[in-house]
Design a protein around this ligand. Structure first.
Ligand code: PEP
Ligand code: MN
Length: 355
């Protein structure tokens, strides 16, 4: 199905810069909301985010202040002129948000994974003209993501965009949510006029990853960023490790290099992003392998075995060399790689045995 879209018509920080939506993960108190908003507006931010209802993996963690926080967002609009955005997951959230005059709504990753929930939201939005941002479902399923867009579009909403927030995986070594950039890039190919935001906060899960993720998103030609920012991140009631102060956010945004996406190097950038992703996976898998090697090291120590087991070593080199040539790689090259990996494993095991 072809989507019937209209421009989002949202303000950017300045022309030729990405649209930036910033604000705390959750609205916690009126003071925290207003203080953060006032700081952000000082740095030229035009759109404020705050979660009023928080979908949490486990019960018992902070699940949002609920309707009580909606007047705080109205206050933000009144005092700062910022547009305000919040997450909706049910029809009730939609009605309450519309009643409170919220400017932009987003559908979270846990909700977009559920067609019943998205349909309920679409039905509640029928006949309303408001920008809707749909986060990718937690699972890497592009069709489900597009299905969500179609449901909202079928309800007559045309100012749509998506938010790439990464995907759940069982292994979370570097990122909280694995970016899998090829998925939003494929979405861009399929629906070229659909704006794509990147949410580096939920992909990264920690402060130091936010800047490189933003740069990567800009290099891939994303249209905007949605970044968690809190007046006092360390005390945040949710997602404390990934929130930035407005001041740090501003510093980081100013360092971003915005390239001309019309250049023909765009496709090279997309390919390089895929290479980066492969390299991330190589590091993750190597670190998993080393962890297992250390466990074996402990076992060998307890059972008084030698570290080097030559038959096992030869078996690995031969087997992987042959497997490499089946995958169109030089067998000697693969052997070299495994010799290097083995060397590091032995070093780590010796460390354990000599402790
Ligand atoms: C959020 O934006 O605070 C949030 C809950 O994100 P996600 O739905 O991507 O997990
Ligand atoms: Mn969050």
């Amino acid at each position: 199905m072809e989507l019937d879209l209209q421009p989002l018509a949202l303000p950017g920080i300045e022309p030729k810069r990405p649209i930036v939506i910033a604000g705390p993960c959750s609205a916690e108190t009126e003071e925290q909301v207003i203080t953060t908003a006032k700081q952000l507006v000082k740095y030229g931010i035009k759109i404020f985010r705050a979660g009023i209802w928080k979908p949490r993996t486990k019960p018992g963690s902070f699940e949002g202040v609920g309707v009580e926080g909606l007047p705080w967002l109205k206050e933000v609009q009144k005092e700062t002129g910022l547009l305000v955005a919040t997450e909706v997951a049910t029809a009730k959230h939609v009605y309450e948000s519309l009643k409170a005059g919220i400017d932009i709504l987003w559908i979270g990753a846990r909700t977009s994974a559920n067609p019943f929930a998205v349909q309920e939201i679409a039905d509640a939005l029928k006949g309303v003209d408001i920008p809707i941002l749909i986060k990718n479902p937690v699972n890497p399923d592009l069709e489900l993501w597009i299905g969500g867009l179609e449901r909202i579009n079928n309800a007559g909403l045309k100012r749509l965009a998506v938010i790439h927030r990464g995907f759940s995986t069982s292994d979370k070594k570097i990122y909280r949510n694995s970016p899998q950039w090829h998925i939003p890039m494929e979405l861009r190919r399929r629906i070229p006029n659909l704006p794509i935001f990147c949410d580096p906060s939920h992909i990264g899960g920690k402060r130091e990853l936010i800047a490189p993720l933003c740069q990567q998103a800009m290099d891939l030609g994303f249209d905007g960023l949605i970044i968690e920012s809190h007046c006092n991140p360390d005390t945040a009631w949710s997602d404390a490790a990934q929130q930035l102060t407005p001041e740090v956010l501003d510093y980081m945004l100013n360092l971003l290099v915005i390239r001309d996406t019309k250049q023909t190097t765009e496709s090279i950038r997309a390919l390089r992003a895929q290479i980066d992703e492969c390299d991330d996976q190589i590091i993750d898998i190597l670190s998993k392998r080393m962890r297992i090697c250390r466990e074996i090291g402990t076992y060998k120590k307890e059972h008084d075995m030698t570290v080097l087991q030559p038959t096992r070593y030869n078996e690995i080199l031969e087997k992987r060399g042959a497997q490499g040539s089946l995958c169109e790689m030089d067998a000697d090259f693969i052997k070299k790689v495994f010799i290097a990996i083995h060397e590091e494993s032995v070093r780590q095991q010796l460390d354990i045995i000599n402790k």
